[in-house]
Design a protein around this ligand. Structure first.
Ligand code: SF4
Length: 340
């Protein structure tokens, strides 16, 4: 049973051994209590690696002149998703660097085509855009926006050269939520110098925002970035934060991120045991995804086979309900409990 007032203390966030095992078991049980054995299965397509931002932790930052830049063809992605997506996929996440050109030329036509031809739930992760572009994306048929705040204190945010300021980023999150989007955010665990208090601050911020989900990504030093020489984070911190999020917000959708497997062997499956209930398989065409380098070229690509194997190995099953439908149902339930 989860206490509604749960908030993690330091031992929960940076502990290991038996304390950690007990925390993860509580998070696993809370996930099963809320969601049963079903795990959402989403596909991601990475449509452009152009980015006007310069985040110190990301290989696609604009100052990385060594990176070959690409924009995909919307027709190619539409055909892939309409004709060749795996049967287990109920949702697609359309992702790009912060590239408004790609939003107009590729993402909007792709969403309209998918909306017309499929019943896929549509998420987007496209960075900080204008209110007009958000509205166009929503009208085209996307309903979930992924916008990470990355770190919960303004000074670190600025030092990491994350997009705009933290205040602006939070304003975008609140704007999206106020305009009908289901918003999922996220933060990085294990940056050099980060403490348990910093992790707690990230969790507190997530809890205060109008979110429906949140990810935790382990810090992995990106090639050709100012942080390339920093050590890869201790994956336990990421897993502990995921478990803490689950205990804080049992109803949230928490993804297992593929970078967990870069941080520790079996990290992805451990994420599914520590509160995650969303998996993502990468359907970006092979020739393009090599240049989508958030961290390293040797990304751990979660293929259909890897995702389904991880789900089965944990005794779980792919959800037949899409994430978008789940959120719609949850919204209806809330509406039904509000007195007229
Ligand atoms: S994290 Fe996103 S916004 Fe920042 S440089 Fe990378 S792609 Fe651009």
């Amino acid at each position: 049973m989860v206490s509604p007032s749960y908030f993690p203390g330091e031992p929960d966030l940076i502990g290991n051994g038996t304390h950690q095992a007990a925390l993860h078991e509580r998070a696993r049980a809370a996930t099963r209590e809320q969601f049963g054995r079903g795990v959402f299965v989403r596909a991601v397509v990475e449509v452009s690696n152009f980015c006007r931002e310069n985040c110190a932790y990301c290989g696609m930052r604009r100052d990385n002149r060594a990176l070959h830049r690409y924009r995909a063809q919307h027709e190619q992605l539409a055909e892939l998703l309409i004709e060749h997506r795996p049967a287990s996929v109920t949702d697609v996440n359309i992702q790009a660097g912060e590239d408004p050109v790609a939003v107009r030329k590729i993402v909007l036509p792709l969403i309209r085509t998918l909306r017309r031809e499929t019943s896929l739930g549509i998420s987007v992760c496209l960075g900080s855009l204008t209110p007009e572009l958000y509205a166009e994306l929503f009208a085209a048929g996307a309903s979930i926006y992924i916008m990470k705040f990355e770190v919960g204190d303004a000074a670190s945010y600025e030092r990491l050269e994350a997009p705009g300021t933290l205040t602006e980023r939070l304003r975008h999150i609140r704007h999206l939520a106020a305009n009908g989007w289901k918003v999922s955010s996220g933060f990085i665990a294990g940056l050099r110098g980060q403490t348990a208090a910093d992790l707690a601050q990230n969790l507190r911020l997530a809890d205060e925002l109008p979110l429906h989900g949140c990810s935790v990504s382990p810090f992995v030093p990106g090639e050709n970035t100012p942080l390339a020489g920093d050590p890869t984070s201790n994956a336990n911190w990421t897993l502990n934060c995921m478990a803490a999020l689950r205990l804080m917000r049992p109803d949230w959708v928490i993804p297992a991120v593929s970078a967990l497997n870069l941080a520790v062997d079996d990290g992805y499956r451990r994420g599914l045991r520590a509160g995650a209930n969303l998996t993502t398989m990468n359907l970006t065409p092979t020739d393009l995804r090599e240049d989508y380098v958030i961290y390293k070229r040797e990304r751990f690509i979660m293929t259909e086979e890897r995702v389904l194997n991880a789900i089965a190995a944990e005794g779980l099953t792919p959800s037949r309900q899409s994430l978008a439908d789940f959120y719609r149902g949850a919204a209806r339930e809330v509406a039904a409990t509000v007195p007229a």
